[in-house]
Design a protein around this ligand. Structure first.
Ligand code: NDP
Length: 346
């Protein structure tokens, strides 16, 4: 073991509703030595993503939960510290799933090399990584945008929504974003180039959305559920497409909301308007990743897609930042800088 210590954030307990800092525990241990067929990774950037809330729950989902007492899972950009693998050497930069810790061992499975020439290495966790790929595949395969159509997307300043809207603009759509607060809405309109962005925290979202979509909605990229979905549903046009990507408004819910059962209304709309709802998980389209990376790389170089990152220093703040992300306190792709970025010292 080296003299350095490895700080890790563990899942301490399963949250009931909104997570609290007590659901996490920061611990220290020794830095492990890589054995044969292993390498030692140092975490530079840790991605925080809404799916992590789901992994804190017990029970079946599309991926197994994090066990209580285990290191929280997460995508990372790492530097190779020492390697007994032929394909990786000291100083290489890689995309890995090292989780919420400063050092991790890897056998190379699921690891991808990162080329710093393609932009900031943190982009591998955002616009050039999982969230950007989610936006690309969900929109192009399920939303199937056509010029002149109207697309609506919420969490519009976030990692996925910001990319959905910008690609839809490239495809010739009219794009209506929904975001929390005036600052985010201004950014979405002025920096990202959406046609309009509505603040869902202000009163009468249904009325304002109807006014912003005079020809109805052809594609609703579903990121949030809740009140936004209720405002969208009556405005969907015949044959509208709804890629169901995420339902963040419900992730902290411990029980179903009160009120009348509105499932029949939703089903009636799906039938009468011949709507297509399709849920997807990003890796359903894994074979499109190389095409995505090359096309998105081009759009970034041409300035047709922009990315805003929200970077916080220090692993110890990850629990507070994840709790905040679920409430809209992030402004852009949420990333924790866990250790020094070697590309910023070259
Ligand atoms: P973001 O960077 O957009 O951060 C989450 C945002 O959600 C918050 O900033 C907040 O934005 C918004 N939000 C939170 N609660 C509500 C609410 N009640 N109503 C409306 N908006 C709310 O996250 P991502 O871009 O990483 O993820 C967006 C969605 O995509 C999530 O639902 C996520 O689970 C999903 N996803 C799905 C994947 C898949 O494979 N299917 C892969 C990746 C992400 P604001 O302040 O603007 O309201």
């Amino acid at each position: 073991m080296t003299a350095e210590r490895n700080r890790q954030v563990l899942l301490a307990s399963r949250p009931q509703g909104e997570p609290t800092p007590d659901d996490f525990r920061l611990v220290e241990s020794g830095v492990p030595e890589p054995g044969p067929g292993q390498m030692l990774l140092r975490t530079v950037y840790l991605s925080l993503d809404p799916y992590m809330r789901g992994r804190m729950n017990a029970g079946p989902s599309y991926a197994p939960p994090v066990e209580v007492g285990a290191v929280m899972e997460g995508g990372t950009v790492c530097e190779v510290v020492a390697s007994n693998l032929p394909d990786y050497g000291r100083g290489d930069l890689v995309l890995a799933n090292a989780g919420w810790q400063e050092f991790a061992l890897s056998d190379g499975d699921g690891v991808r090399a990162i080329d710093p020439a393609h932009g900031p290495i943190s982009y591998a966790l955002g616009v050039l990584g999982m969230p950007g790929f989610t936006a690309y595949t969900g929109l192009l395969n399920i939303g199937r945008p056509k010029p002149g159509e109207t697309l609506v997307v919420a969490a519009a300043s976030g990692a996925v929504g910001s990319v959905v809207g910008q690609i839809a603009k490239i495809k010739g759509c009219r794009v209506v974003g929904i975001a929390g607060g005036e600052r985010k809405c201004r950014h979405v309109e002025e920096e990202l180039g959406f046609d309009v962005c509505l603040d869902h925290r202000r009163p009468d979202l249904p009325g304002r959305l109807e006014a912003a979509c005079p020809g109805g909605i052809d594609i609703y990229f579903e990121n949030v559920g809740g009140a936004v979905f209720e405002a969208v549903l009556p405005l969907l046009n015949r044959f509208a497409r709804v890629p169901v990507c995420g339902l963040i408004a419900h992730y902290n819910a411990a029980e179903l909301p009160e009120g009348p059962n509105r499932v029949p209304l939703a089903m009636q709309a799906i039938l009468v308007k011949r709507l297509t709802f399709r849920g997807f998980i990003v890796w359903d389209f894994a074979d499109q990743f190389d095409a995505f990376r090359s096309e998105m790389g081009g759009w970034l170089r041409e300035g047709r897609v922009k990315s805003r990152e929200d970077i916080t220093e220090g692993l110890e703040d990850a629990p507070r930042e994840l709790i905040g992300l679920l409430k809209g306190e992030n402004f852009g792709k949420k990333i924790i800088r866990v250790g020094p970025d070697p590309t910023q010292h070259r």
